[in-house]
Design a protein. Structure first.
Length: 372
């Protein structure tokens, strides 16, 4: 396997807080690369505002974050051999990913764009004319076949290197430590409180489940602009004593929540390769998810998860009730999920990632880019 010891790499992306899929993956990747002897400099796209009061001024605050960000990118390029840019759709692409690619290009540094946006199809449909020139100056890396196919539709090659799951954090609790109240199942949703993740459907499904299991509990682990609206909906549905909004949780607390769960729901309307599904499977928890975007590429229906149509609370509730009633199916899915998750560990992913690094560096040298 290709070794990367001694490589000087700039990793561009968000970091916790707040915790989230891309932020956690950025932090985890930096730690794993450092453990392999790579010199990693992280350029954080969500660094705290300075001064702090700028955070209260929409529009202006973007400039106060962007200017120092560009300076950090320029400086990092002065001693880096490779840029690895975590990228998403929308304004995140234009404000953070694209500038990183162009600065690296101007400084003669090869770039890998690690594109992870579940809304890529819609974003490209309206903005690809603006995105394409940037992509031409980078190598694209995606975590799923779903995104690879979207890039292919636009004539772009994308290399698949999946997300990484940390099994030292996310693992099933020993059976002796998993006391279960048969009539009081604990259901967990681990997504942000934003329209794209459709928490309203999860709440409606939970209300249906409560008709069969009046003592059922729902924990919603995430933050976002819809929290107040969702809390009012919970009150109107008379579920306040059964639904808990935990807010964003750090990995250690999120892992503990999974281990206390009986079922994890993913009600999203668009998605790529949700790390929350991988975390649930690693924690030995069966998953009921919508069948949107890249999710059918990640899990197989009635094998590693039950997949249902989006915005269909009845189908989601029916799937949960089936799992609660059918212990044999639940056990089979937990076992299949455990087997699946082995594909997403660092030892499994590292060879593909390092091979891509080596190929990008080799092409850069062949083309005359600045390399040591």
């Amino acid at each position: 396997m290709t070794e990367m010891r001694g490589l000087r790499l700039t990793l561009v992306g968000p970091l916790p807080p707040p915790s989230g899929g891309m932020a956690n993956q950025t932090r985890q990747l930096g730690e794993l690369l450092h453990g392999e002897g790579v010199t990693v400099e992280v350029v954080q796209v969500n660094a705290p505002y300075a001064p702090r009061w700028i955070a209260g001024l929409p529009g202006v605050r973007a400039l106060f974050r962007l200017a120092p960000y560009l300076v950090r990118l320029w400086r990092a390029a002065g001693h880096s051999q490779l840029f690895h840019v975590m990228a998403n759709s929308g304004w995140s692409w234009h404000l953070f990913a694209a500038p990183a690619v162009w600065i690296a290009h101007l400084r003669g540094i090869p770039v890998i764009v690690n594109y992870r946006g579940g809304e890529a199809a819609a974003f490209f449909a309206r903005s690809f004319t603006w995105v394409k020139p940037t992509l031409k100056r980078a190598t694209v890396m995606v975590p799923s076949t779903f995104l690879e196919l979207i890039f292919k539709e636009y004539g772009e090659v994308a290399h698949i290197v999946p997300n990484i799951i940390d099994l030292s954090r996310f693992h099933a609790a020993p059976l002796a430590e998993r006391p279960r109240l048969k009539d009081a199942p604990h259901i967990v949703v681990a997504r942000n409180l934003e329209p794209i993740y459709d928490m309203a459907t999860a709440l409606q499904a939970f209300a249906i489940i409560r008709r069969r299991f009046p003592a059922a509990r729902l924990s919603i682990a995430g933050s976002g602009p819809q929290r107040e609206t969702l809390e009012r909906a919970v009150e109107q549905m008379q579920l306040s004593n059964a639904v808990r909004f935990t807010g964003r949780l750090e990995n250690i607390h999120m892992a503990a929540l999974y281990r206390d769960a009986d079922i994890v729901l993913n009600p999203s309307l668009a998605d790529n390769m949700p790390i929350s599904i991988l975390e649930a499977l690693a924690s030995g928890v069966p998953v009921v998810s919508t069948n949107v975007g890249g999710i059918p590429h990640l899990v197989k229906h009635r094998c590693t998860a039950i997949l249902v149509p989006p915005q269909n609370p009845e189908a989601m509730a029916e799937a949960v009730l089936e799992l609660l009633d059918n212990s044999a199916l639940t056990k089979e899915m937990v076992t299949a999920g455990h087997d699946l998750i082995q594909r997403y560990t660092w030892p499994a992913i590292k060879p593909s990632l390092f091979a891509l690094y080596a190929e990008v560096l080799r092409r850069a040298v062949a083309s005359g880019s600045r390399q040591q």
